[in-house]
Design a binder for this molecule. Structure first.
Ligand code: WTA
Length: 635
């Protein structure tokens, strides 16, 4: 069907217009022609952005794993579904065919059933980037259990709060994980975290590093022996289109992380359709997304989107600089990767290395390059385009969010002319809006403001796990009748969008969303600390780095300050994970506050960025005197 694979700009506009004028017909056709439904829907869409309630394909029944696996068995049974490249380049890559994937997913699904996991139960997955991770997601989906993947770089405290928030009954983890030369004691972290999780009755363990672990009799079990005994067929649980498929936590500007809930039918249709068009995937291509499955990018574009298209999806366990900075390019050459999807932070880090790392590898297999997670700066864009793509592989700068489920604003390769730092045009079916300071939508071009979406799309998250009120307040209250993204955007003279960054207290560090509130909470737990405020400052490689302003209960000497800095970062590592460590910590006598006592992060952000001239009027502050002192001592 032509609208499944767009080939010219005119066709894009034509399909786009149809998708916007007749969204139900449009998405109904996509869903009907490309997926396997056990029962067809009664209604394509019903929605209300006030309550808010969004339903796609209501009344339809399906199982997403039948779409991602079973239906490919006839024609693609021996095709590689997952191509696993281990951390250590001397360890052999593993090609898991669709047939093998079917059998492994069914076996794991049967193991989960034997553990008493039923439709609707939550299962926490805390695994490194090994095949069992993808298989675990699919095994949950096979039996209708809701998976909640926690990125394996999060700390024990972060893990336990996520497990408890969604009442997970079971955890799938491993003895350890490899990251370059290091191996990490994942099981130790899980043991620590589970001390606070009385609801977890069983832990399934994948053997990866063969490290010594503490085995909790009655709770822990090695997965492999159970898999060996399990039946390699497992009938798929028939799900309603709106049954939850998974929960994935994302940082908010305040409070605890939000458990975004994605449902089955719409998410499947949207990830599959975006995957096919945004990467122009054709049969026998090898697609590689370097994200971790612990993030939404991995869920949608390592697992569900590619597999729903019968694609070969490469999964990489390691890091870009091990054994050296040529690893990505070595993998591209070795597996003849056709589409490569990564984050600007990785591009910047790789661009800083000697050119010989890229030159010694044959990158001619590459057809499309992708970028995601944060704005890509002009320099990084050109390096990616010139050095990696040799000006022949279009760059798709894809803007989207955990909440959106799939790509929202993006060029279509070979169709949309690209423009550095612009995510360009809305994807089919997506209706962006730019809002001005008065909360009105601005029309026309050459405008900037805050980015909203004014019509539902199938991949959108439907709620926050057990907190629908927060879902409503966070996304649908700032601008009534609009979904508010939290990002700023500029629309240029031809209607291309450039994302200008977060407009709230979320800071993106190396492509990871971090809320300032939980970081400040961990700092404040240090007994010497009275108050703190964290802001983002530009950083060459990470995009943004974290800068903390901390007031102490008693002012100490600078000798003590260095120790305190270490201890504060240690607290953050324990509460959240090393990704949230502060680059700089400035001790101050006070934090600038409004008369109502709110910390003025805007002023602190400017000082941290050494933008001292534009602090605005500070005389109305509760404590204007602290500002000079903070300016004087900026690090
Ligand atoms: C940012 C990642 C500019 C943005 C898929 C968004 C981007 C947040 C881009 C979501 C891009 C993502 N250009 N900014 N191409 N892609 N962002 O939930 O601020 O981890 O709101 O989802 O990343 O991050 P999340």
């Amino acid at each position: 069907m032509s609208n499944y694979h767009i080939k010219h700009l005119e066709e894009y506009y034509q399909v786009y217009r149809k998708s916007v004028r007749e969204p139900e017909n449009f998405w109904g056709e996509v869903a009907e022609e490309h997926f396997l439904w056990r029962k067809k829907w009664d209604k394509v869409l019903s929605w209300n952005f006030k309550t808010p309630e969004i339903k796609w394909f209501e009344g339809a029944q399906l199982n997403i794993t039948e779409n991602c696996i079973d239906r490919h068995l006839l024609n693609r049974g021996d095709k590689t579904a997952i191509l696993f490249e281990p951390n250590n380049p001397d360890e052999e890559a593993e090609h898991i065919t669709y047939k093998q994937l079917h059998s492994r997913v069914c076996k794991m699904a049967n193991v989960l059933k034997d553990q008493g996991i039923k439709k609707g139960d939550r299962v926490c997955i805390y695994l490194p980037m090994i095949p069992e991770l993808s298989i675990a997601l699919l095994a949950c989906a096979r039996i209708g259990a809701i998976h909640s993947v926690v990125f394996a770089g999060f700390s024990a405290t972060a893990l336990s709060s996520r497990i408890n928030d969604s009442d997970c009954k079971l955890v799938i983890t491993s003895d350890g994980s490899y990251r370059g030369t290091k191996s990490i004691d994942l099981k130790g972290i899980v043991d620590e975290g589970l001390k606070d999780c009385p609801g977890v009755k069983s832990v399934l363990l994948v053997k990866r590093t063969h490290a010594e672990i503490n085995f909790h009799e009655g709770r822990d079990q090695w997965l492999q022996p159970l898999m060996d005994k399990a039946d390699s067929n497992c009938a798929p649980e028939i799900m309603d289109a709106e049954d939850p498929l998974f929960i994935l936590y994302t940082s908010g500007s305040t409070g605890n992380p939000k458990g975004m809930v994605h449902t089955t039918g719409g998410y499947m249709v949207y990830t599959a359709y975006t995957f096919k068009n945004v990467f122009q995937y054709t049969e026998n291509d090898v697609f590689w997304c370097t994200a971790d499955i612990g993030w939404i990018t991995g869920h949608s574009y390592i697992v569900y989107g590619p597999l729903a298209n019968g694609a070969t999806s490469l999964m990489f366990e390691g890091v870009p600089n091990y054994p050296d900075y040529s690893r990505f390019w070595q993998i591209v050459e070795k597996h003849k990767v056709n589409q490569f999807y990564t984050a600007p932070t990785a591009i910047r880090a790789l661009a800083k290395q000697n050119i010989s790392f890229t030159e010694k590898h044959d990158l001619t297999s590459l057809k499309v390059l992708g970028s995601v997670g944060e704005p890509i700066n002009e320099e990084a864009w050109h390096w990616y385009n010139d050095v990696i793509g040799k000006k022949k592989s279009p760059i798709v700068d894809t803007w989207w969010q955990t909440e959106t489920g799939g790509i929202m604003i993006t060029p279509i390769p070979f169709v949309t002319p690209t423009k550095p730092t612009f995510a360009t045009l809305p994807f089919i079916g997506i209706q962006p809006a730019i809002m001005d300071a008065n909360g009105q939508e601005v029309t026309g071009n050459q405008v900037d403001g805050r980015l909203c979406i004014k019509f539902p799309w199938p991949g959108m998250a439907r709620t926050i796990w057990r907190n629908h009120q927060r879902y409503k307040e966070t996304y649908f209250s700032t601008y009534p009748e609009y979904y508010f993204t939290g990002d700023g955007a500029f629309r240029d003279e031809v209607g291309y969008y450039r994302i200008t960054g977060r407009v709230d207290d979320v800071i993106i560090v190396s492509g990871h969303n971090l809320g300032t509130a939980p970081i400040e909470d961990s700092i404040n737990e240090h007994p010497a600390v009275s108050e703190s405020a964290v802001v983002g400052v530009p950083h060459d490689i990470k995009g943004s780095a974290l800068y903390g302003f901390v007031t102490l209960k008693e002012t100490g000497e600078s000798r003590i300050h260095d120790n305190l800095r270490k201890e504060i970062n240690q607290m953050i590592t324990e509460h959240i994970g090393p990704i949230a460590k502060l680059d700089k910590i400035q001790f101050t006598n006070g934090l600038p506050k409004t008369r109502s006592g709110k910390i003025m992060r805007r002023i602190l952000r400017k000082i941290a960025c050494r933008d001292m001239e534009n602090l605005g009027d500070t005389s109305t502050l509760l404590n204007p005197e602290v500002v000079d002192d903070i300016k004087k001592n900026v690090l």
